[in-house]
Design a protein around this ligand. Sequence first.
Ligand code: BGC
Length: 844
Amino acid sequence: MGASGEDRVAGRLAALSTEEKADLVAGEAIWTTKGFDSAGIPAIGVTDGPNGARGGGLLGTGTATACIPAGAVLGATWDPELVERLGGVLGDEARAKGCRVLLAPTINLHRNPLGGRNFECYSEDPILSGRVAAAFVRGVQSRGVATTPKHFVANDSEFERNSIDSQVDERTLRELYLVPFEYAVLEGCTWGVMSAYNRLNGTFCSENEWLLTQVLRHEWGFDGFVISDWFAARSTAASARAGLSLEMPGPGQWYNRGPIGEALAAGEMDEGHLDRIAGDVVRLLERTGAFDGDDRCVPGQEDKLDRLEDRALIRQAAAAGTVLVANNGVLPLDSAMSGTLAVIGPNARKAQIMGGGSATVQGYRNVSLMDALGDEHGHLDVSYAQGCDIERSLVALAAPMLKGKLQLEFYNGHDWSGPVVHANESASAELVFFGEPGPGVNPEAFSVRASGVLVAESTGEHTLGLVQLGRCRVQLDGEVVLDATEGDYDRGDDFFGMGSELISAPVQLTEGRETPIVIEYSSRDSFMLCGVRVGLKSQVKRDLLAEAVEAAADADAAVVVVGTNADWETEGRDRDSFDLPGDQPELIRRVAAANPNTVVVVNTGGACNLDWADDVAGVLVAGFGGQEMGYAVADVLFGQADPGGRMTMTVPARYEHSPAYLNYPGENGVVRYGEGLYIGHRWFDARAIEPAVPFGHGLSYASFEWSQPRVSGGGDAEVADPVVVEVDVVNTSDRPGSDVVQVFVEPPPSLLHRPVRELKGFAKVHLAPGEATTARIVLNRRAFAYYDSGDQSPPGLQIGNPVPAGESQKRTDAGWYVDPGTYTIWTARSSADLVDAVEVQLSG
Ligand code: BGC
């Protein structure tokens, strides 16, 4: 921020008393900061998150919003320019939801395939993640909305996430896990950063001075605010001294006039520490225009945008992030095919467009492949079979069994009586409330009646179930059929482990009949978080696998959409298994045996076992593609869009081949990053392990020819004179398409052990048939450097030891080093498909 901006910050700070400054550094409520009318300081709203700006809701409740593809799909686009435009959409949505801070992007790394939040994170690779993160930040902040790249740092798994101590050596931190944040700060110029829940080498991230001050502020020059993850603040003085600016959510437990006053009085922190962190909060308000008096961006005031151009961009991005892993020529399918297309799989009709947890939003829509085919390919003869179930636990009632939305009416008091004080709607029967559920609704005692219509998909016995945080009963056709308003129930693992066990009752339903459903929820007996999830499961026994095989056998081609859901891939717990859940692997094998033209679409957030891939004709990894996902998958299947994605993670042939396998998830409160630098492609190359799918792999429907790389610059590989790699790319096909030129650097033998090759740059090109362009990749000094922490052994260690020391060469000064020698620069289509090499001599 410029000098005049800093003067304004200093002036506003000077107008606040010590008590006001101490209050300012903690939130007011779950999604708002504190305002002081007397001092002209407004409260501002903050919102999750990485794939949409949710506004005041929680876990997918709240005002509808644009749902863009999840992080792993954004990473798979390898297209920072596209991601920047999507960031702009989220910036606009955040403001429409009354918020000036978007709690995103999530830029931890895919260290292990089972990471519960891998779907939110861009990739296994720090450079790819960093460039995409910087673009996302620029896009969001171009709308005057601050970002908070998260979770700083080494929060790469959900195992014991609130307390685990991630033990990571400094070199690994600096060469891998810190890098995406460094890009977000230096290239994205982020205004905020979110500190993680975990400990880093023994100290909680929110009070880690090395991390929040030494690295972030002193080395990278960050001058923004550090916001705690929700409830991640652990102390008052230690956090303030370390540089944690804002405790969230409010009201603060560690930061407010009480504890800060005591810490000041005890001399554990001084007024200077308080001024620094309060200044960070004022600077946030200044940067996001909160003092400009724009009354269209006010917490609690939420609008929907739902712009047609945003839908088009989201659709384009989902296709651009879809990876064509294998194709025997079956794809693209003929959009004028005269025979039947069998569409199979649990996710074909219910697209998983995002993962679970705090990233969940209520999208404007949720388009499945079946929806898209019905909507835009109505001329095709399509048959559908579910194939198998993949439920992990109770799934909330939603479309297609829920017809339209539930209409919610809120009452003050616990018993659904008196006037309706607020009304709302929900697309699913998962209702979650934290704080005030709506204007005028008393958060201490409220009740809500949700009315809608359900349409059963089979005739016979069903199980109606609920898990509650509070009290609930359910009516069907005007009769109470499930009543949990009285009685004691054990706890289950839903709602972050605070919800009840599953409570259920059998009900009889008729296929296709519209049945009125009323869910009555009361906040009685709840604490802090309130909510209920109601689900319905058919008990009618069907041989789902046999139905799918029959559909496939009768068809010209079969598309099997397999995947997970928000219960398998979510915040708070890692995935249970590398395999696709349920009978899906068996489903794929049987369908493929029945139909040689079987294409599998993988709808998971993180990597999963693809050991069936050789049995099928084509494989697309679509990820969690956002609200337009069904259209995008159809676009790619029928060749209306090129599959633009490239893998963001190496898929191991077996889970046991994963880099972190021996150091995951951790024990006795500690996870040791024992594999060090060797995650993702760095590991598979170093250990010569052949993966199922290499990092960076992805086919196009078009074909491209690349010239030999040309290299210029790099006299001393100084930033001022970087190495520039140029490759001419020609689209030699008769279709438009995109290609990604990847550049890996292979170092000479160095003083320290180094990965064989590392991704150091890339360029995505979009070319019309016959068109040519030059891909240009700039490699600065850091692309050739490694971090040496130096030998920090105490001096004189050898003195007095009669045994000769032996030869060793080492440095004592920590820092980035480029060893002299010949560096090989590879152009590549993936970490395993190296195309051409060119050598550069660096003098070190
Ligand atoms: C998550 C954050 C999120 C915050 C607020 C936490 O549980 O880890 O990513 O921004 O909640 O919802």
